[in-house]
Design a binder for this molecule. Structure first.
Ligand code: C5P
Length: 205
């Protein structure tokens, strides 16, 4: 079984994907991490994330980079969003994601274009959304918990900018696959969101 979980940042898609992987005993790939690694590597190379050649060169990041907790930071999310707009970068990361999706026994992948580009044949396609306010509030709580000094307004502004860039880019924009099941987590707690996903899958499969 291939499960594709797409959606914007802080929608809860990562949490849902991880829980589904545990529930069904499937391996899980957070594809955002790959783009974050490219963003990190561009910076390490002294390159420019908006430059397609610099971004493409950064797809040759060392494998150990994926373990670096710094990839999870907000600034890395912003860099990832820039490098991910280059079609050559998406192409360079395609085979790796495709191989993961099609491994024997199935897999769960979360990202932006799993149901539309990476695995359009997925058995289950979930599109997880939430209002900007709900997502900003979650991110805010997370970052405050880590002791980071941020305001709710800055986070909401950053989310809007990132949504806009991810949804309007020419290469693999963030849009639900026509056959995706929509889950709005705005008013759902963590466990409720996971339960909604499992219920949806029971219905689909
Ligand atoms: O999901 P996450 O916030 O880690 O993704 C970081 C950025 O990487 C996103 O804003 C998006 O621009 C890009 N991305 C993508 N395609 C994916 C996963 C992430 O373009 N499959």
């Amino acid at each position: 079984m291939i499960i594709a979980v797409d959606g914007p940042t802080a929608s809860g898609k990562g949490t849902i994907a991880k829980a589904l992987a545990a529930h069904y005993g499937l391996p899980h790939l957070d594809t955002g991490l790959l783009y974050r690694a490219v963003g990190y590597q561009v910076r390490a190379n002294g390159g420019d994330a908006n430059n397609p050649d610099d971004a493409l060169a950064a797809t040759l990041f060392p494998e150990t980079l994926l373990e670096n907790p710094e990839l999870r930071s907000e600034s890395m999310g912003g860099l990832a969003s820039r490098v991910s707009a280059h079609p050559a970068v998406r192409e360079a990361l395609f085979d790796r994601q495709r191989a993961f999706a099609t491994q024997a026994g199935g897999a769960v992948l979360d990202g932006r274009d799993i149901g539309t580009v990476i695995a359009p044949e997925a058995d289950v396609k979930l599109f997880v959304t939430a209002s900007v306010d709900a997502r900003a509030q979650r991110r805010f709580n997370e970052m405050q918990g880590r002791g980071e000094n941020v305001t709710l307004e800055t986070i909401a502004e950053d989310l809007r900018r990132r949504d806009e860039r991810d949804s309007t880019r020419a290469a693999a924009p963030l849009i639900p696959a026509p056959d995706a099941f929509l889950i709005d987590t705005s008013s759902l707690g963590r466990d409720e969101a996971i339960a909604a996903a499992i219920a949806a899958i029971a219905e689909i499969t």
